[in-house]
Design a protein around this ligand. Sequence first.
Ligand SMILES: [Fe+2]
Ligand SMILES: [Fe+2]
Length: 472
Amino acid sequence: MTAGDYSERIPNNVDLREDRRLQRALESWQPNFLDWWQFMGPTLPTRDVYLRTAINVGREGWAHFGHVAMRDYRWGIFLADRKPDRRIGFGQHKGEPAWQKVPGEYRAELQRLIVIQGDTEPASVEQQRNLGATAPSLYDLRNLFQVNVEEGRHLWAMVYLLHAYFGRQGREEADELLRRNSGSEESPRILGAFNEETPDWLSFFMFTYFTDRDGKYQLGTLKESAFDPLSRTCEFMLKEEAHHMFVGTTGIDRIVERTAQLMVENDTDDVGPYGAIPLRTIQKYLNFHYSVSLDLFGSETSTNVANYFTAGLKGRWSEERRSDDHRLTNDSIMVDTVTDEGQIGYTEVAALVGLNTDLRREYIGDCQIGLQRWNRILAEAGLPQRLQLPHIAFNRRVGTFAGIESTPDGQLLSTEEWQRRMGEWLPTDVDKTHVRSLMRPVHERGKIAAWIAPPRQGINGKPFDYDFVHLA
Ligand SMILES: [Fe+2]
Ligand SMILES: [Fe+2]
């Protein structure tokens, strides 16, 4: 393996100094990235933040913690160690050596996959840029900024691939990644969920739980790729992504905990007047973020994705743990559908074209784990209420369910009825206004907003009242 070189202008473990042209190209992209960070990144002025910085990929000590001024953050390029003799694990090239270069026949598709993944990384930074102003504690503020700088590093990860392997077109795409902006009229981000705003911290935690988790699953499929540099970069990104999942999971834990506490103390469901978020509002936000995240997995069937799999570009979640032939040419899968009679049902398709469904199901199973945690918090508080994932057909805008409306229980609704009743299940202006009214900053050490419980511990062994952020 290559030792991480942390002394370079662009920290990296890819021997950047051995390839002067590539190094120069990336060094000329770097100021554009820093401009983007300054104009589209976090808006709250800070002096420094206690951040984790990736410095290498080794088993022990891959990251360094310390207070850094965010614009001096050392965004670097780190790929997981190369596995000698790695072989392709699926598709028509199964068993052949993994590719160290991009095969000409798959160039366009691979570039497209990398651009789509890359586009989501800066998008979420843009969506979250104003949240610092209303952080419930310095601990949460620090976690927000940690997620933001690492999404910035994930952009670097994709830009490195574009520069190193896709020539002039790749460099142009790298520039475009900074030109598109979340929610922009003229040049929006590529995927719908990444153009939604993240206006409050309940949305932020729901986003990191549900939408970042989509990212985890997409990275999981790219980690299987026959294109080895893509596989290795995604493997390392997944390591950082685990912290983003943690922020979402524990953020919602702490909101539910606080809400449950006030429900018990005051013997009421209506904790709004006590400065907390009612459980039914939490459920509505959950419904929204879950359903828009399900859309990110695409249509139930897709010949594109079948082709990606067969070509070896993109595998399945935990490909090596599957007990089939990893080619799937003779297999089938039941996918969700709306029947000719207009009912929610299933239909059998070739396994290869049903791969989006396979991935979405893995994701749904994973999402369920959070629900168990949150419901345990409610149960331990002695409350009978439970949170739940809405039905897969609820509030969908992509795929077979885009054409119908359904309740969170999966009961079909007419469009008129949906229009009339959607406020029962999705955040209304009243709900949003209440949540936003709670979003007042708590920027004092050791203090926390009233709508969320403090975390069990701080970060990296530091206590909750540590000075995680120094404001400017
Ligand atoms: Fe990311
Ligand atoms: Fe993330």
